[in-house]
Design a protein around this ligand. Structure first.
Ligand SMILES: NC(=O)c1ccc[n+]([C@@H]2O[C@H](COP(=O)([O-])OP(=O)(O)OC[C@H]3O[C@@H](n4cnc5c(N)ncnc54)[C@H](O)[C@@H]3O)[C@@H](O)[C@H]2O)c1
Length: 232
């Protein structure tokens, strides 16, 4: 029986590359996105598009229900939808929107995925989730939250693997406005499929609680965190 894979933010960029990669490997793929262009990607790969706002708990439940209804099961969930551009002005509306999509969306998505029987969850964080990104602090904080959710729930859930992928700059619409400047500064800009390949390898690896940095032209690297010993 085919593997069933659900990808949020699959209409574009990294998510679309993940959807195409798993479809090529024979999976049935569900694309959940606010962007109706998700229907085109789904059409191209024989998948299903489910209009979804990941900031809504209800939409997360509905996308999982649609996947199980259409394909009879759910195996892999990539919680990849994300947004940024909070700036440095303490704009509370931007902060709430970024947290709602990136942090709440991860929590709602993990909950729905586990209830739907998924055995592997990968969440897209960012290098900005490991080190502060001063150009967009709210985005950076939200991606730190994503890593906290992944590591904490991985430790608590025995029946599902939960891992995070942390891309550096990736050639998607999210960086289109400043892509040329990145290249001028000699910074690596990964192809979306480099991240997709890492996501597939993480799923196939079967480990849990991992945080993987993925940068253009480099092999994925496991991020290490300090061990904490409780004082007595
Ligand atoms: N491009 C980069 O350099 C980069 C680096 C690190 C992390 N990321 C992360 O990678 C993920 C994918 O981004 P991308 O670079 O492919 O950009 P992208 O803009 O190509 O794709 C993001 C997708 O998420 C969808 N989305 C946004 N808000 C949503 C919502 N509320 N509900 C459902 N879907 C929503 C968008 O419609 C879009 O299809 C994001 O989480 C982003 O933060 C990107």
């Amino acid at each position: 029986m085919s593997e069933v894979v659900l990808v949020t933010g699959g209409a574009s960029g990294i998510g679309a590359a993940v959807a195409r990669r798993f479809a090529q490997a024979g999976a049935k793929v569900v694309i959940a996105d606010v962007n109706p262009a998700g229907a085109d990607v789904a059409g191209e790969i024989g998948g299903l598009f489910v209009p979804t706002d990941v900031a809504s708990a209800q939409d997360n439940e509905a996308m999982v229900a649609a996947a199980v209804d259409a394909f009879g099961r759910l195996d892999v969930v990539h919680l990849n939808a994300g947004t940024g551009n909070g700036g440095v002005e303490f704009d509370l509306e931007s902060y709430r929107r970024i947290m709602a999509v990136n942090a709440d969306g991860t929590m709602y998505g993990m909950r729905a995925a586990v209830r739907g029987g998924a055995r592997a969850i990968v969440v897209t964080s960012s290098l900005a989730g490991i080190a502060p990104a001063s150009f967009d602090p709210a985005y950076s904080a939200s991606k730190h939250a994503v890593i906290g959710l992944v590591r904490s729930f991985a430790a608590a859930l025995p029946d599902v693997t939960v891992n995070a992928v942390c891309p550096g700059f990736v050639d998607t619409p999210m960086v289109a406005a400043f892509r040329e400047r990145l290249v001028e500064h000699g910074l690596a800009v990964a192809a979306p499929d480099e991240v997709a390949a890492a996501v597939e390898a993480i799923v196939r690896g079967g480990e849990t609680g991992g945080v993987w940095a993925v940068q253009g032209g480099q092999a994925p690297e496991l991020v290490t965190f300090p061990a904490v010993e409780l004082a007595r």
